[in-house]
Design a binder for this molecule. Structure first.
Ligand code: BG6
Length: 461
C-alpha cells in the first residue's frame, strides 16, 4: 500500500535528550543520503531562537556519530524552531504558521508520555493534526490499563493507521534479518518447529548499570524497559508464521498471533535480580525492589511451537554487552558416536556485532571416532554506511510504512503477557556486578539448560 510522504517533520522535545542523542544524528544521516526534503521544525520550551537550536543540532552530531559538513549544512537549512509551552495555544498557532502549506506533517513526540495528552489535544485544536501522522516512543504505557489510556489519548486526534510507535529494536538490521533469514531460505522451515527445536534463548546483556537513569529505572525495571518491547519483538520475529505478503498489516497480524498464543507469565516463570550497588544510585530508593535483571520462561501455545520453551534474559551490569539468540535442536541419537553428542544450534548475534552460526559436531582428527564442537559461522562487521535504527524508522514513518512499528493490539498483548509479574509478586534477588544474574536462573532453565552466555568477540566495539 503506497502512502503519501509526510511534507514536514515536527519534533516536540527538540532540546531534550532523545533529540540530542538520536534524532539529530538520524536527520543528518538522512540529509547525507539526500533523503531529507522537508522542513524540520523543533518545538520546545527553552527560550531559544533558531541559531541556538542549530548550535544544539551541531553539538549533537559532533558528540554522536560525527559532524559531516555538507550533510549538516543541508539539515541546518531545513531546521525551524518554535519556542513555547505545550499548554499554550499560542505555541501551536506559531507551529501552524511555521508549517505553512504543509498538509501531511509527521509529529514526533520525543517527550514524556504525561505530556502526550496536552500536546495531542492542542495539535487537534490548532488544525496541526489534520492529515498528519504521530510518532511516539516506547514506553507505551506502564501496564495494560495505562497503555489503553495512552492510546485513547492519541486516538483523540489521530487514527490508528497514522500512529507510529517506535521500538528501535525493530529498526535494527539483524532483527529484521531474523524474519528475512527464516523466510528467504528453504533449509530452515522443515526444522523450525517443535519436532526439531528443543528450546530458544534470547539474551540481552549489558555490562553497564543504569548510567544516571536511576529515577527512570525505578519506574521501569528490566521487564518494562526491554522485555515487554524489544525482546518480545525478537521472539515474535523468531516464532511468527510466514506472512501472506510483505504488506505491513500482513506482517503485523502474524506478530500479534504469536503473542496471542503466549500464556501470561506466572511468578514461577520469572527470576528477578538486582545488581549490588543499584540502591546506591541517584534517584533509587534505598529499599528498592525494582529488577535490573530478569529471566523469564515463555510458552508459545500454537501448532508450531507447543512444548518448546522460549527463555528471555536481560540485565544490567552483566559480564558483556551483547544480544544473542540461541535456538537449540534436539540431540541426535547416540549410535554412531561413543557418547551422546551435544545438540546442534543456530546462533544469531544481534549486537554489537552481527553473526549467524550453525553449531555442529565434526570429527576430531585421529583414529578414534570422537568429535568436537564447531560453528559454521557467517560474520558481518557493521558497515559504517549502514542505516542506524532511528534513521530507518524515521524514514519509514515519513513514508507511511508502518511494518516495523508496534500496532496497538500487539502492545496490549505484550502487556497482557508480562503484567502478572510486573509488581512485587516475585522477590528480587541480588547479584554481583559482572556475573550472569542470580544463581536461581539455573533452576528456571533446568533440563533445557544450560544458559548460553554470549561472549565478546573482539570485534564488538
Ligand atoms: C533502551 C533501554 O530502550 O534500549 C535501555 O531503555 C537499553 O535501557 C537500550 O540500554 C539498549 O538499546 P541498544 O540499541 O543500545 O542495544
Amino acid at each position: 500500500m503506497s502512502e503519501p510522504d509526510a511534507d514536514a517533520l515536527v519534533f516536540f522535545g527538540a532540546t531534550g535528550d532523545l533529540a540530542y542523542k538520536k534524532i539529530f544524528p538520524a536527520l543528518q544521516a538522512m540529509a547525507r543520503r539526500d533523503h531529507l526534503h522537508v522542513p524540520v521544525i523543533g518545538v520546545a520550551k527553552s527560550g531559544w531562537g533558531l541559531d541556538q537550536f542549530r548550535a544544539r543540532a551541531r553539538e549533537s552530531v559532533e558528540t554522536h556519530g560525527g559532524f559531516d559538513p555538507a550533510a549538516f549544512d543541508r539539515l541546518a537549512g531545513r531546521l525551524r524552531y518554535v519556542d513555547g509551552d505545550y499548554a499554550d495555544p499560542g505555541t501551536f498557532a506559531a507551529l501552524r504558521r511555521e508549517l505553512g502549506d504543509a498538509r501531511r506533517p509527521a509529529h514526533y513526540l520525543a517527550i514524556p508520555p504525561t505530556l502526550f495528552g496536552p500536546v495531542v489535544e492542542q495539535l487537534g485544536r490548532s488544525d496541526c493534526a489534520r492529515g498528519a501522522r504521530v510518532i511516539v516512543e516506547k514506553p507505551f504505557g506502564r501496564d495494560l490499563a495505562s497503555a489503553r489510556a495512552l492510546n485513547q489519548t492519541l486516538l483523540g486526534a489521530f487514527d490508528e493507521a497514522s500512529i507510529f510507535r517506535i521500538d528501535h529494536y525493530l529498526g535494527k538490521e539483524p532483527v529484521q534479518n531474523l524474519v528475512y533469514f527464516r523466510f528467504a531460505n528453504s533449509f530452515l522451515e522443515p526444522v523450525w518447529n517443535r519436532n526439531h527445536v528443543a528450546s530458544v534463548q534470547i539474551t540481552m546483556a549489558e555490562d553497564f548499570g543504569v548510567q544516571g537513569r536511576g529515577a527512570f529505572y525505578e519506574e521501569a525495571g528490566a521487564i518494562r524497559d526491554v522485555v515487554q518491547n524489544h525482546l518480545l519483538q525478537v521472539l515474535a520475529n523468531l516464532a511468527m508464521e510466514p506472512p501472506v505478503s510483505t504488506d505491513s498489516e500482513a506482517v503485523r497480524d502474524e506478530k500479534v498471533k504469536v503473542l496471542r498464543a503466549i500464556p501470561s507469565l506466572r511468578p514461577a516463570d520469572v527470576v528477578r535480580g538486582q545488581f549490588r550497588g543499584y540502591r546506591g544510585e541517584k534517584g533509587v530508593a534505598p529499599d528498592s525492589q525494582v529488577e535490573t535483571f530478569a529471566a523469564v520462561k515463555l510458552r508459545v501455545n500454537n501448532w508450531r511451537w507447543q512444548g518448546v520453551p522460549f527463555y528471555i534474559r536481560a540485565g544490567k551490569c552483566l559480564p558483556v554487552t551483547a544480544t544473542e539468540v540461541l535456538v537449540r535442536f534436539h540431540r541426535p541419537p547416540a549410535l554412531y558416536t561413543a557418547e551422546a553428542p551435544p545438540p546442534n544450534h543456530i546462533r544469531f548475534r544481534i549486537s554489537p556485532d552481527v553473526a549467524i552460526a550453525l553449531g555442529a559436531m565434526v570429527k576430531a582428527p585421529g583414529e578414534r571416532v570422537a568429535g568436537r564442537a564447531a560453528e559454521l559461522l557467517a560474520v558481518r562487521h557493521p558497515d559504517a554506511a549502514e542505516m542506524d535504527a532511528y534513521e530507518r524508522l524515521l524514514g519509514d514513518a515519513m513514508r507511511g510504512n508502518s511494518t516495523e512499528f508496534a500496532r496497538e493490539d500487539y502492545v496490549e498483548e505484550a502487556w497482557r503477557i508480562v503484567e502478572p509479574v510486573l509488581g512485587i509478586e516475585t522477590s528480587v534477588a541480588e547479584y554481583d556486578p559482572r556475573t550472569w544474574g542470580p544463581d536461581t536462573i539455573a533452576d528456571l532453565v533446568a533440563g533445557d539448560g544450560p544458559w548460553h552466555d554470549p561472549v565478546t568477540t573482539g570485534h564488538d566495539r
